[in-house]
Design a protein around this ligand. Structure first.
Ligand code: FE2
Ligand code: FE2
Length: 187
């Protein structure tokens, strides 16, 4: 039987997007959108095609650990609703879950560090270029996708990124701003 990795990826991503939307109603097609924005950034920095495949795979599955966060219960045994994106549990669980996924060239800690901040104030304290490139791209794409889902337009998203600039790789921000009509508006 032939096994189609792309179909598996899309199926997993759609399932995750539905699950994440239950917890975070603003997250519409979140994995798909993060993957699309990541792909656009990769295109602008001339990332080799082979690497783009893996970047898009990681981007589609970057929040796969939300399932673990969803199982969190409050002191009364009820499921809690909270912002899973701010809980590093989903980074840890997500990294573990992808240990056997057939990437073309596996890289360590992409999902683990997808919420690291460039200035080192993220959950694991990793700074600047010590954060893997894919994680830096996914972090920025994630931020843009969430603002877009909140109904913000390109100018408002750009202003938000500038306000939170310490979180992001400045070179990647320049790439996004340099073609803002294309990336910030999903055009
Ligand atoms: Fe996340
Ligand atoms: Fe996310």
């Amino acid at each position: 039987m032939l096994f189609n990795v792309n179909q598996l990826l899309i199926s997993l991503s759609r399932t995750l997007d539905f699950a994440e939307k239950d917890l975070l109603p603003n997250h519409i097609n979140h994995g798909m959108r993060v993957a699309y924005i990541s792909a656009r950034i990769a295109e602008k920095i001339n990332m080799p095609y082979k690497d783009r495949f893996d970047l898009i795979s990681y981007a589609l599955l970057h929040d796969n650990g939300v399932m673990a966060s969803m199982r969190k219960l409050d002191i009364h045994g009820r499921q809690t609703t909270y912002n899973v994106e701010s809980d590093p549990v989903h980074c840890l669980e997500g990294e573990k879950n992808l240990a056997h996924f057939p990437f073309l060239s596996r890289q360590k800690n992409i999902v683990l560090y997808h919420h690291e901040k460039y200035d080192g104030s993220g959950p694991f304290g990793i700074t600047g270029m010590n954060i893997p490139l894919y994680s830096r791209i996914i972090s920025l794409a994630d931020y843009i996708a969430i603002r877009y889902s909140e109904g913000k337009g390109p100018d408002a998203i750009k202003n938000s990124i500038m306000k939170d600039a310490c979180r992001f790789d400045p070179d990647l921000c320049e790439v996004v701003f340099g073609c803002s009509a294309g990336i910030l508006s999903f055009g």
